[in-house]
Design a protein around this ligand. Structure first.
Ligand SMILES: [Zn+2]
Length: 413
């Protein structure tokens, strides 16, 4: 990958400094002439999820073929997130070719383990930057995109700029059994106890609430929506319960208004005629901005209400990071560039439901924005972490033009 980048972007590799971090991650610096200006940070990741997933045969073009056919570039990473790596480098290469010298310093940070939470990549790069005392005005990373025909009732394309992402917590639940012989089982087994605990958790979710960024997003989209939706929003003080009930009805919008509860692993027993001593389940929570990890654990304890079910955190990636400023320079620059490259698009702040490397840089960055400049329909999204990931050539070209225009503005003021 490093050799390919060196070959493909000769100007970048002569004009920018490059550091290799943890063997595979890359940190580029394009030095600005005005040291008084806080640098900006462009984040992307070079690693991808596996291509086969037991479904390699279903790909139209092999997941690592990189085939260019039928107007598309095919393969793992085409959208998530090599398009951003290559597109950003294409843009800098182009701007260098135009003789551009930045006033403001730009860093490009390309991790190699984002899909594994960035411990060796983004975290190490952050430590390096922190040791040098570098603070960023804002950052731009993957996250949300331009959506076509995916927002009910809105015919125009909608560009969502992610201003935060959900937090992440997994809890291990362990139910101890009373033991005994399977032919004379106790009235309550460990499996039964655990099943009840999970049923209660699913029936009593964390409370829903409409707050930023979901509320800001809906406020910005409402003027484009059909009359009844507009009416509900304009009178939110009156219709809040109705609005929440509507949003709770589909998984996509439900995830925007509450901390979600998802049982993912369930085990107990080793033989069909032996009572298991313990049964275990893992439940994954994605935390709404504002919900604390302690709140979730307290909620789980109260709902399960069974001292014989032990509750332990096992995967704590943390609470949702602070909201990026929607009035800030970064948001305005991204918005202006969207208007230029994706005309007639409605722009709104959004909540990223998955995780990104931005959280790993958060301590150094004033405002972290999450937007990949591609325009997607529902069919394109199925390729991300799925089969037939691809990007259209038109989309890729537009992505490069976005980065050119965005960087031109971002580093010159
Ligand atoms: Zn990604």
């Amino acid at each position: 990958m490093q050799a390919l980048l060196e070959r493909s972007f000769p100007r970048v590799h002569s004009a920018l400094s490059r550091e290799i971090v943890s063997g595979d991650s890359l940190l580029y610096r394009w030095q600005g002439t005005d040291p008084a200006l806080k640098p900006i940070l462009l984040i992307a990741h070079m690693d991808v999820v596996p291509g086969d997933m037991g479904t390699a045969t279903n790909w139209t073009h092999g997941p690592f073929s990189g085939d260019i056919a039928d107007g598309f570039i095919w393969g793992r990473g085409a959208l998530d997130d090599k398009s951003a790596v290559m597109g950003a480098l294409e843009a800098v290469e182009y701007l260098l070719g135009q003789g551009m010298t930045p006033r403001r310093t730009l860093y490009l940070a390309f991790g190699h383990d984002e899909e594994l939470s960035g411990e060796q990549g983004a975290v190490k790069i952050r430590e390096l930057l922190a040791a040098r005392g570098i603070q960023f005005d804002f950052s731009l990373d993957e996250g949300l995109t331009v959506l076509e025909g995916m927002v009910p009732g809105i015919s125009a394309p909608v560009a969502l700029i992610g201003v935060t992402e959900k937090g992440y917590l997994s809890l291990l639940l362990t139910a101890e059994g009373q033991g005994g012989h399977v032919s004379m089982p106790p009235l309550e087994t460990s499996v039964g106890r655990l099943a009840k605990a999970l049923t209660r958790l699913e029936a009593h979710q964390m409370p829903a609430s409409l707050q930023p960024p979901a509320s800001t997003m809906l406020d910005d989209l409402a003027p484009r929506a059909p009359f009844w939706t507009r009416f509900l929003f304009a009178n939110r003080w009156l219709f809040a319960p109705l609005l929440l009930a509507r949003l709770e009805a589909s998984p996509e919008t439900n995830a925007l208004i509450r901390t979600t509860t998802a049982p993912t692993l369930f085990s107990g027993g080793i033989k069909e005629n032996v009572l298991p001593g313990t049964a275990k389940a893992t439940v994954n929570f994605r935390l709404l901005p504002g919900d604390r990890i302690d709140d979730v654990i307290a909620h789980v304890r109260k709902v399960i209400d069974d001292p014989l079910v032990r509750i332990e955190p096992i995967g704590v990636r943390g609470e949702a990071p602070p909201l990026a400023d929607v009035e800030g320079r970064g948001f305005a620059l991204i918005g202006q560039t969207i208007a230029q490259i994706f005309p007639d698009t409605v722009v709104a702040p959004g909540l990223v439901l998955a995780g990104t490397d931005s959280v790993n840089y958060a301590p150094l960055v004033q405002s972290s924005y999450r937007f990949l400049p591609v325009s997607l329909a529902a069919t394109d999204l199925s390729g991300v972490h799925g089969v037939d990931e691809r990007i259209s050539i038109a989309n890729y070209e537009r992505l490069i033009r976005f980065y050119i225009e965005f960087l031109r503005k971002a580093v010159s003021e």
